[in-house]
Design a protein. Sequence first.
Lengths: 1050, 344
Amino acid sequence: MNLYKYSIIVFLVSLLGVAFPSFAQGQVTIKGMVKDAQLKQPVDGATVTTGTSTTKTSDAGVFTIEAKPGATITITHVGYAEKKWKVPAKPDELVEILMNSKDDPMEQVVVQSFKTVKKSTMTGASTVISGKDLQDRPVSNVMDLLQGRVAGLNIQNTTGSPGSMATINMRGVSTTNVSSSGNLTPTSPLFIIDGVPVDVNSNYQYGFESGGAGISPVSLIPPEDIESMEFLKDAATTSQYGSKATYGVIVITTKRGQSKVPIIQYSGSYFYTTPPKLRSVIGGQEERRIRLNTILNFDTASRQSSLEYINRSALLSDSLNPYWNNSTDWQSYFYRTTSNHQHNINVSGGDRRFNYKANLNYYNQQGIVVNTGFQRYGLNLVGNYMPSDRFFMSMSLTQQLGYKQNASGVGAYQTGIANTANTSSLYPPPSLFSNSEALASATTKNSGKLNNTTGSLNVQYEPIKGIRFTNLLTYNYSSNASDYFRSQYLAQDSAGLFSYNDRSYNLYNRSAVNFTKIVNDVHNFTAYAFNEITKEGYRAHMIYFNQPADDQIWGPIGNSFTRTAGGTYSNISEGRIHAYGGDFAYNFAEKYIIDLSYRLDNTSTNGPTRGYTKSPAVSGRWNFYKEKLFKNASWLNSGAIRASWGKNIKPNGTIFDVYGKYLNGPRYNNGQTVVIDFETLPNVEFAPEVAATTNIGLDLALFNKLNITADAYYKAIDNQLVESPLSNTNGFQRVALNAQSIVNRGIELAATLQLVQKDDFRWSVSANGAYNEATLAKLPSGTRSIIKYTTDANSSIPVINKLGTIPTTNLLYVNRGVYANTSDVPVNPATGLRLQYGSGQGLFFQAGDPIWVDVNGDYIIDDNDLVPVGNPTPKLTGGFNTQITYKGFTLNVNTSLFAYRDILNLVLANQFANYGKPTDITALIPINGYNYWQPANADRSSGTVGAIYPNPYDFRRASALGPFRANQTLFLENGTYFKLGSVVLAYNIDRNFLRNYGITSCRLSLSGNNLYNFTKYSGVNPEQVSTLGRDISGGYPLAKTYSFSVSIQF
Amino acid sequence: MYMITKSLRLIAIYLCGGILAASCGKKYFLPRERNNIGDDAQFNQAVFQPVLGRTTQYMGIFVPGSTTFPAQFRIINARNVATGQSAPELTNLYPVMVWKNAYTGKETSLAEIEAKREEQYRPVLEVGGSGQLTMWSMAKSSFIRSLPDSGYVFDIELSNSGGRRYFTNFLLQPFKERPFEPTNLDPITGQPVTYGTHPSLVTNITGDSTNANLLASDIDVFIQKVASGTTNNKLTFRFFDKQYNPINPDRFGATDWPNLVHGFNMTKTATGVSYDVSYPLPSVKLPTKYTNGVGDRAHLVFAYNTFDSFGAIVRASMAFDFSIYENANWEIIFVFSKDNPKFN
């Protein structure tokens, strides 16, 4: 890619022509060229002023201005710090003025369709984040650093488990599939890491909430090694990644050697992680008193049965027994403050012809939950060779190892610990005789490993000027392993070893030929054709040994061979993708740009009658600031309008959906038969998911200090997979159909303002926001809604996919308060009976019960009264960042905003529900602050008027009626939050001082991460909710991180 | 060149489309959210044979599928099967007592029960918001065709803002009134076909002359209307021996007379016990201390203490579960037709 950069420079320099100086009376005519100090590239559109006259630099960065010797020329540009240059008595023929970059997006070199182009000729929508913005904050997953940075990128740290991946959605949620753990299946963008495609959505393991053993491949990328990250959002930019780019593309480029003198850079961080504020819990005597009073005062049966109920529970009646007479703070056994460290060494050097880089990374984070943690070891080698301008070769090799301890849970959830931490305080502290799950959490050996090897080779050759052949070959092999051992004494003498391993590979080759032609210096044609092949496979195995000989011998066979099992998972896959296509771009003086591309893909899961999927894309750009009209508009530095339309595909389903599954049948005539599995009907018309995106964008740079980018898009994802059940007369159970569509529409706005631009004091603020509206546009066979019953960690709340509204919504009972009196309950005029829950259960509503709206008016509250309410995915996402640099100090503050989303507070629901289970061993959390119903008379037929929460003590009916069920609007809360993501204070020690010690630069920094959420949400953290908007208490809490980092360069 | 102009045209078209779709924000290309009438919705019952004179409600007969609520149901095209003529008697409004407050079984006066009901005008056949079908108690065979007539056919219209759908050819074939249960009336003809009925349970009652345990079939029970006075809310229990001589109710000395039925103003004479009650009895299908376990029948227990053949004191009892649907003065008569009970 570097070669493209250089070829652009060469092209621009060639445009320069020859310059002759001329002299006027008293004044000198200065002809100069403004260049980027780092890239040595010409800077166009810079304003050059002497105070009396003003001009702008040309495309080639050249300007001509008349000035008196000794005067000061000021050069300003939106992307650069202001530059003052004093006119000498006799200037050079062509003076060179270097400007220091302000990280201007317009001048960035960006990726579009495997081509590297200048942002000013880019037709698509993309955002670039520099690696510099990702430093000084140690995180286990680099995506954590990007929250609120990119318009349209919604990152939710739904789990705080180190090494797991956040939920990433670019331009809205694109699925309605719900996993068994109550999350939407991920639709993360495709990652391209140094040219190697990494699809984090595939091989998704339920429960791990990510691929493999709970370690996300993205968490293996050291942020210190990232040169830049680019977020490709529309079809024009993603079209050439076609075969998996439906959900957007994130291109990560690692650092390259750029200095002739070798550079050795060490970065290290020491950081503390602290758990969030733990809940206050009612302990000891007070807890027992509440439980006893509940039974004595709120029993609907007789006094005698109340006493029997108490006597049956040793927890309550045997209060003098030391076993039951405790006040244990369970949370203190599981949550901890940890100190952690990470180290990174980067060795690089070389020049244009030959450069190299080696990066070594070690990261160690102990989780805030005991017995959890994550370690990362990484090695990345890159070498670039360019013996002549016509030949270029780049090689890279990456080896990464992630190691993760999971306590007794799986990656994303720690349900065991969450439940145990929620144990009644009356129990004695964790021991074999108390809640042994506590010991299990702390001692179970449960670890996952992800080993990831990546290699790539990029060769380019230009036999004739203008025609360039390129070939990119990448290989990625990753293997996950996970072991889980539960000791005998924790498992009723039947120890168990569960061992999981999987491996996946991806081999990718792309050959292309490029053609570039410039006619009359203004007509710029580029065309290229490519052919690409992907081969990928995945298989996972497990083995389970039950009752091995003892705790030390883990196998080879268990005592209980009937319960010992092993084999290969059914999600084994092997696939090929073949694609070819071309691209044609025309550019008139960088003013009018049009880009046409076309690609054809065939995948193993395309039905045989489908053939190749055609994905065209067209895009254009008008750099209107280059029009004559704006020639003298000094307020306008640059301005462009972009438009694009195009299609992308994403392989869907499995090969079995297309061809069916064949099994070994019974033997017939002494021969083996092969029979079809009647589970899934083959669908030879099966097609991949297709996204068609229309994007309109505006880029503006104003007053030398304000950059604005705005985009509006309409993205329709068609052909989504729906498992459609078949009539039982058919023989087959179901068929996979391409019958669902989701449309995401939205606008994105990003602005950067350089408030102060002085040499020793710079202050910039940037803000971005995106509003996305997702709509379900199509369902199979004319259905208008599909209801799915899902069970997640704590609740069973159905969801609905309803046409014309957001794709997935929770179905809830509408709550209108609490019946203050029994006589307030409506009566069925025909039967004379009060409103009831279910039919025939005798659960008539009474005082203290929630008022659920009987939507269909049958005086029965049941599933027919559920209503889709709430929006689990934030519609408005955004962020506000500011950077202040004063002398050596830099202060960075990053914030993010997520609005228009609703959360079901399951934690609060459980908190209340626990009061209805007086003999359960769950902890009681105070509810004093809540307005709940309390009886006013002995028979409990009337009570608090205007209460919000139902009677929590009605324990006899609670389990059947479920007054605190989570699927009611009572627990639906506004999930809007504004997050103070991080504050970084860095100090660069004076170079002159450092030089004495042989150090080129040294940077010290302090940072705080995940600092505070401003929210009206009453739960712990509005970010840590499932993708269905449910605050599941089994989640892994998000830690606050405080770090001290050093970065030294030799 | 043709390809290029075609592409340019495409660009123009898509740009315009894009501007409309993306910037205006109107749902030009998208389905709207609306209520739905499910194609998969259906009624799982097509023939209704309620008994006239009682309020009968058919719940859960509508399977909504993907129908969204609220939705409106309406009975249309009610017509006579035999003649095909329309049947306005099904949809005309008639007065009927409906509940406005819940009956609990704990009311302490007749007025308190009556205050929980009010008279409303309703059609005899009504369909509710969830498709539940109600045949009200004022439907009488005097103006409603009943079996063995082939009855009525009607259609149900289901509508909401998402559209409407018709479910056709439901059959309504009511049985004639059977104002009390257990009944000796034939469901088709409404005429008595057996000689009374028998108690539900008889325990430890021995015959005076045979000294053998009496079976339920040895005792006849008659439920009958009596014309007396101006009121029509009396319920009287009488007992007769095998010679049809009245037995003094006091002989059933272990009976909990005040809580025998949910009735008031008990008057006990040598020939019977009577209460002021509210019909139908039981008032609603709800288990109370006056009813059986299901709640659909009033539960009577008459008992006395006696000696068994070994001289031990045992409780002898006779239980009878019944229901009455018509406002009238009713008498329930127990006749020990085989042998008189041995009270001591």
